[in-house]
Every structure is written in structure tokens, then in C-alpha cells.
Design a protein around this ligand. Structure first.
Ligand code: AMP
Length: 253
């Protein structure tokens, strides 16, 4: 006899509202089913909602925000495609704490967007800035950045955040630990208030909850009924109280 969990059909990517070029890419990638964070976040992000995700690396969170954002940017480009001067402005800004994480996200954006006409770039410190400026001047739709280098480029007026539609704060607790919180607040202040904001963090310390409360349209809630357990518990994660790891309220927005 089947148990209830066996009879419940497993979610497939097509159920989440993803477009066919993205579904084809996922098929070629060999992804059969969305991970819990993908199943929870993708429909909300496609609908333009703010999302707070309690998730760490290894849970599929990069695809959880990259796939729907690529789709939204592509839809906007398709809408504008009849116009003579199609707008190539940074619509999506993905902020992440380290060069390594930025490189991984950049690779994922390029990989998942293989069948699309979206353009992306990655700007991080410790790399010749001139080489980073060239693609920016040609126009990109999605920008992956570490906060320090992004502020350098903003200070030199090489880029503007006036056209931002979505900001992703990835690994927010790491950004807090590194001391990026003042920079993040300055950067958010330069983006349109009507933006979509997505925040992903392995832990939810007080400052991150305050950030979410202040800068996001919805008060912080994890859209995931039970956050995936970390493979190895960091000392910080093990300090989390059950009320933080198991949010009482259901879906956000
Ligand atoms: P992340 O948590 O974003 O660092 O992803 C961890 C790894 O899982 C990456 O190598 C992804 O390519 C892979 N991955 C992401 N989503 C899926 C999925 N739905 N099925 C199988 N692998 C996946």
C-alpha cells in the first residue's frame, strides 16, 4: 500500500512557471526535480515578491534565484525588443561577500542563461578594474558584485543603479561578519524603492532580520516550511534557537 508521501506527486520544474528555454536548459543539465528552496522560491520570485531564504550553499539556492531572475529579465528584453534603442541597463544586482562566491554565481548566471539573450558581468576586488569596465560600458542586464568593488564603480560614476528592478543579498550573514553591512545599506539606498529584494542567509542573526524588516516590503519570513539542515553545523548555526530555525509564520508576502 502507498503511504501518503508516495502518492503525493513530486514537484517538477515545469510546475514552477519557468519558461521553455530555461526548462530545456535544466533538462540538459540533468536536474530532475527542484530542491525545496527552488520549489518554494521560484514561483514567488517570478511573481515579483520579496523573499527571505534561510539557506546555505549546497541547497540549490543559486539556481533558486538565478533561474526566475533570468526569466524576468528575458521577458523584459522581449517586451522592449521592438524598440529601436533597447534598454541595456543593470536590472538585477546580485551582491555576495567574496570573489569566489561571485565567480560561482557569475558562472551559474551564464550557464543557466545559455539559451537566453541576457547579458551579465561580474565585478570583484583584486582584479584590474579597466577589464571589468568594458562589458559594463557595453551594457549588462545582470551584475554580480562584491560590495567594495561595486562602490568603487559607483563612486567613479561608471555604473548607475537607477534601473535596478531586483537586488539579491546572497550569504547575508557572511556579509555582516565581513563588515559589509554599512556598504549594503548605502548601495540599497541608491536603488529604486520599488525594487524586489531577495535575501539569502545560512543564519538569521538579529542584524539580518533588522535589515530584512527595514529594506524589504514584507517582514522577514522563510518561505520554506522547514529549512534544509546544514551538512555540517557551523558554530553559529548551532547557536540558532528553534524559533529562528522554524519560523512560525507560513509563506511571506
Ligand atoms: P548551490 O546551493 O546553489 O551552491 O548549488 C549546489 C549544487 O547543486 C550546484 O552544483 C548545482 O549545479 C546543483 N543543483 C542545483 N539545483 C539542482 C537540482 N534541482 N538538481 C540537481 N542538482 C542541482
Amino acid at each position: 500500500m502507498l503511504t501518503p508521501s508516495q502518492t503525493k506527486p513530486q514537484t517538477v520544474f515545469a510546475d514552477l512557471g519557468l519558461s521553455s528555454p530555461i526548462l530545456k536548459k535544466l533538462e540538459r543539465q540533468g536536474y530532475e526535480h527542484p530542491t525545496p528552496i527552488q520549489a518554494g522560491a521560484i514561483p514567488l520570485i517570478l511573481a515579483g515578491k520579496d523573499v527571505v531564504g534561510l539557506a546555505q550553499t549546497g541547497t540549490g539556492k543559486t539556481a533558486a534565484f538565478t533561474l526566475p531572475l533570468l526569466q524576468r529579465v528575458q521577458e523584459a528584453l522581449d517586451r522592449d525588443s521592438g524598440h529601436e534603442n533597447i534598454k541595456r541597463a543593470i536590472r538585477v544586482l546580485i551582491l555576495t561577500p567574496t570573489r569566489e562566491l561571485a565567480a560561482q554565481i557569475d558562472k551559474a548566471v551564464r550557464n543557466y542563461g545559455e539559451n537566453l539573450t541576457t547579458r551579465s558581468a561580474c565585478v570583484v576586488g583584486g582584479v584590474n578594474m579597466k577589464r571589468q569596465i568594458k562589458p559594463l560600458k557595453q551594457g549588462v542586464d545582470l551584475l554580480v558584485a562584491t560590495p567594495g568593488r561595486l562602490e568603487d564603480l559607483l563612486g567613479q560614476k561608471i555604473i548607475t543603479l537607477d534601473w535596478i528592478e531586483t537586488v539579491v543579498l546572497d550569504e547575508a550573514d557572511q556579509m555582516l561578519d565581513i563588515g559589509f553591512m554599512p556598504a549594503i545599506k548605502r548601495i540599497l539606498a541608491l536603488t529604486p524603492k520599488a525594487r524586489q529584494t531577495l535575501l539569502f542567509s545560512a543564519t538569521m542573526p538579529r542584524q539580518i532580520r533588522e535589515l530584512a524588516n527595514k529594506y524589504m516590503k514584507a517582514r522577514w519570513k522563510s518561505p520554506f516550511p522547514r529549512p534544509p539542515k546544514p551538512l555540517t553545523m557551523s558554530p553559529k548555526a548551532s547557536c540558532l534557537s528553534p524559533s529562528l530555525t522554524r519560523p512560525r509564520r507560513p509563506l511571506l508576502c
